[in-house]
Design a binder for this molecule. Structure first.
Ligand code: NOJ
Length: 560
């Protein structure tokens, strides 16, 4: 069996903050750095070791911070650089590391580089972006057929230059031309800027898109993400990541790259440990597709077998040679209880889903509000949505002939806005998120029941379960470094796996359904010899090798 290399980034767990909706410290209805500062003790109390901040930088917020206007300053709505430094110090003083979002595939169209680049074709910044002539005969057609991943053409025309610029996301997010060595030097400078300040690593946004095929050839004509074969893991990606790694190698930091459409085999090219390694981990999307086809908006019934197949693949293919980044929620994904769990069994399924992924091999990431079992808001009218992706996808669906009713049903299930409602801190006004009259976005009306204050008081809350689970992981190396073996492979109801490490064994049993299922311990396991270390129900007799599961039951047995 492969010898596992130990490291701090493998042992940690990470809490993700999407700043706008975390906590408002200055009473203007928008989450901010002051708010995070006030909640540091709470974050620490979860038992996590690091915070990943979704972009805090100056940004016009067309894509809520993923459109950066200045990489070295803080969005005034969130605070100042001085306040950030204080937060960084305070977090470090509590033993919490800080991970920044590095968004370098594109900038905002309000970034100074872009403003310069569109002044003239001979401006020194012109070549920082992909400016191209339109198609003949009159140049009024985009240079190629690539589509924005947010729908619509991937190009925007500029009258003044009579040229088009590439944007793989919204038109306010022009793609940077990473083939220009000057751009790469700028990126290295940004990386150094934050690492010199003391941050502990980066989550790298759509990092596998940064190298585009020379000549930007037409893509295979499909209605979504057309052109992706020419920029996903493009020709110079390894080279560019290698250059950035030379910088990060000079610091004790970690990197996790966001990687859409990634497979374990392809991922190993970048994250296999050893000399050629480019990133420490990758966020893949495959396990988020058990209830949809590729993108959340093509909704399919939840398929546990598909989920298990994906997990099994990543867990076994990476074990001993690379490391997983495990998540079930983030700011782009609807709330997991509303997808793979069951709101009727919010507490039970919330705990089961937490166990299911945190007990696997990999670094766990927990998204704000996940730890109290927040659910999707399901906004009923398109005008209520804030997310550019939701608005654009709505338009596309309507254009493709889908009815308003069907499209809204889809939006309510799949929109990223489901994850972006303010964190519910109390059962009081505005869920305790802000003292302003109005928060910047709708608050899920279940806040009177689902909130941090109530969860703190309830020993059996999801919140307190997360604490136990993270403590267990920290105190038991098997939960961090153990291998992974799937049982009940074909079951559509149970997700059962074992882990082994240095002579110890662990058995993780999860039911994904409401109905009772007959569980029998896999061959070689005698539950009466193990210790039940985690569960979401009182178990009268935990020594029975066969039992009927309760709705969304989870149990973890440890054999020492
Ligand atoms: C991935 C980010 O998570 C998402 O929120 C953003 O819209 C795109 N990348 C573009 O930056």
């Amino acid at each position: 069996m492969a010898e596992i290399k130990k490291s701090w980034y493998k042992e940690m767990s990470v809490y993700q903050i999407w700043p706008r909706s975390f906590y408002d410290g200055n009473g203007d209805g928008i989450g901010d750095i002051k708010g995070v500062m006030e909640k540091l003790d709470y974050i620490k109390s979860l038992g996590v070791d690091a915070i990943w901040f979704s972009p805090l930088y100056k940004s016009p917020q067309h894509d809520y911070g993923y459109d950066i206007a200045d990489y070295k300053s803080i969005n005034p709505e969130y605070g100042t650089l001085e306040e950030f430094k204080e937060l960084l110090d305070a977090a470090h003083a509590k033993g919490l590391k800080v991970i920044m979002d590095l968004v370098i595939n594109h900038t905002s169209d309000e970034h100074q580089w872009f403003i310069e680049s569109k002044k003239s074709k001979d401006n020194p910044y012109h070549d920082y972006y992909f400016w191209r002539k339109g198609k003949k005969p009159n140049g009024k057609k985009p240079p190629n057929n690539w589509l924005s991943t947010f729908t619509g053409p991937g190009w925007e025309y500029d009258e003044n230059l009579d040229e088009w610029y590439l944007h793989l996301f919204c038109k306010e997010q022009p793609d940077l031309n990473m083939d220009n060595p000057k751009v790469r030097e700028e990126i290295k400078d940004i990386i150094r800027f934050w690492l010199d300040m003391g941050v502990d690593g980066f989550r790298e946004d759509v990092i596998t898109f940064i190298s585009k095929k020379e000549g930007l050839p037409n893509g295979f004509p499909i209605p979504a993400a057309c052109g992706m074969e020419h920029y996903k893991c493009g020709p110079n990606l390894d080279k560019y990541l290698g250059e950035f790694r030379e910088v990060t190698d000079q610091y004790d930091c970690m990197t996790v790259g966001e990687a859409p459409m990634m497979t374990p085999k392809l991922a190993l090219r970048f994250i296999k440990e050893g000399a050629g390694q480019k990133l420490n981990m990758m966020f893949n999307f495959q396990h988020m597709e058990a209830d949809c086809f590729m993108i959340g908006w093509i909704h399919t019934p939840f398929n546990l077998r598909k989920l298990k197949r994906v997990y099994n693949n990543w867990q076994t293919k990476l074990y001993g040679i690379a490391w997983n980044a495990n998540y079930i929620e983030n700011h782009d994904q609807p709330r997991i209880i509303s997808r793979y769990g069951n709101e009727k069994y919010r507490v039970e399924s919330g705990k089961m889903l937490a166990t299911m992924y945190i007990c696997q091999s990999g670094t766990p990431f927990i998204y704000q509000g996940q730890e109290i079992g927040m659910t999707s808001i399901r906004l009923p009218e398109i005008d209520m949505y804030k997310d550019v992706q939701a608005k654009d996808t709505y338009k596309l669906f309507r254009k493709l002939g889908f009815s308003h009713k069907f499209t809204m049903k889809t939006a309510m299930y799949a929109s990223r806005d489901n994850a972006r409602t303010p964190v519910q801190w109390t059962g009081g006004k505005n869920a305790g998120f802000t003292t302003a009259d109005e928060p910047w976005f709708y608050i899920n009306q279940n806040y009177t029941e689902v909130n941090v204050e109530a969860a703190e008081k309830d020993e059996n809350s999801i919140l307190n379960y997360y604490r136990k689970l993270l403590k267990f992981r920290k105190e038991n190396e098997i939960c961090i470094y153990g291998d992974f073996k799937l049982h009940y492979k074909n079951s559509r109801k149970l997700f059962v796996y074992e882990r082994n490490y240095e002579g110890k064994r662990m058995l993780v049993i999860n039911s994904f359904v409401e109905q009772p299922v007959c569980f029998s311990a896999p061959a070689g396991f005698d539950l009466s010899k193990g210790k039940l270390v985690l569960s979401n129900y009182e178990v009268a007799d935990n020594t029975l090798n066969s039992f009927m599961t309760k709705p969304y039951e989870t149990r973890v047995y440890l054999f020492e």
